[in-house]
Design a protein. Structure first.
Length: 288
């Protein structure tokens, strides 16, 4: 029931997210805000109208190397979705939800959601959730990660520091520094053909220590070198979602990437979304 309560309340909390203010009607952020307005008014019909008939809501993944869990069958399809939300809306009090940060690119909005249970427990936890909005409707909602507020202290560097060190090593062409941030069994994942799965295609060119070294030795030797920029991040537990860009003389590659960091080392990198923006008037120079 906590995931159902979250799905109901997360959109409401998005209203206070600084990165969503000023969104236009055409953006995924604006669709989420419309979802908020419907929930705030208790307008179930307006709320349901914002969901694609084939919308899917996913539970947390059980495999640490997987970004996507199983679909929640009790909320699959318009009638089940209606039933689940109608029951939840009829049973207050609800958990209090707050968005503490979000990043967005293309169809996707990733958010760090603080969930506070109602009295008497008042338990607090954080969820990393990702929305996909397509053609003006919510198409998918994934619960990616969860962490209790009273979780044990982290071992090793925080995900934000590891990501910053990774970008610094890449920009300075420090191959050994870059490779030293990966665990021995780290995996890298490309975007899935099935968009419901976000990123589940194993990058075989960098699937173990030997292939990773070979792949990045070639990449670091290639010219011209793109410069990586981190624009914003949200973190829950071992997971950090980052919106950034790789800037070449002729091209800006905007990215939305989710990283899993444990004990100060990268365990997984999921390439979730990319949007390429040509630089006007530039001659092609991006390495193939």
């Amino acid at each position: 029931m906590r995931l159902i309560t979250f799905a109901l309340g997360a959109a409401l909390a998005l209203l206070s997210a600084p990165s969503l203010r000023g969104a236009t009607l055409e953006t995924p952020e604006r669709v989420v805000l419309a979802d908020v307005a419907a929930l705030s008014a208790g307008d179930l019909e307006a709320f349901l109208a914002l969901y694609d008939p084939e919308a899917k809501i996913f539970g947390l993944p059980k495999d640490p190397h997987a970004l996507v869990g199983s679909v929640i069958e009790s909320m699959l399809g318009p009638e089940r979705l209606r039933s689940a939300f109608a029951k939840s809306l009829a049973k207050p009090p609800f958990a209090k939800l707050e968005i503490e940060g979000s990043v967005a690119l293309g169809e996707l909005v990733a958010a760090r959601v603080k969930i506070t249970d109602p009295p008497p427990t008042g338990r607090v936890e954080y969820v990393l959730a990702v929305y996909r909005v397509r053609d003006g409707r919510i198409r998918d909602l994934w619960h990616v990660a969860r962490e209790a507020a009273d979780a044990p202290p982290r071992v090793g560097a925080a995900p934000e520091r590891v990501l910053r060190d990774l970008m610094d090593a890449g920009n300075s062409l420090d191959l050994e520094g870059w490779l030293g941030l990966f665990s021995a069994d780290a995996k890298q994942w490309k975007r899935a053909v099935d968009t419901d799965q976000l990123a589940n295609v194993l990058q075989t060119k960098a699937s173990d220590q030997a292939s990773r070294r070979a792949a990045y030795t070639r990449a670091f030797a290639a010219t011209p070198h793109g410069r990586a920029v981190i624009e914003d991040t949200v973190t829950v537990g071992d997971y950090i979602a980052s919106r950034g860009s790789f800037n070449f003389p002729d091209l800006i590659n905007h990215t939305l990437t989710i990283y899993r960091v444990h004990a100060g080392l990268l365990q997984d990198i999921w390439d979730v979304e990319q949007v390429k923006e040509p630089v006007a008037g530039a001659q092609p120079a991006t390495p193939k």
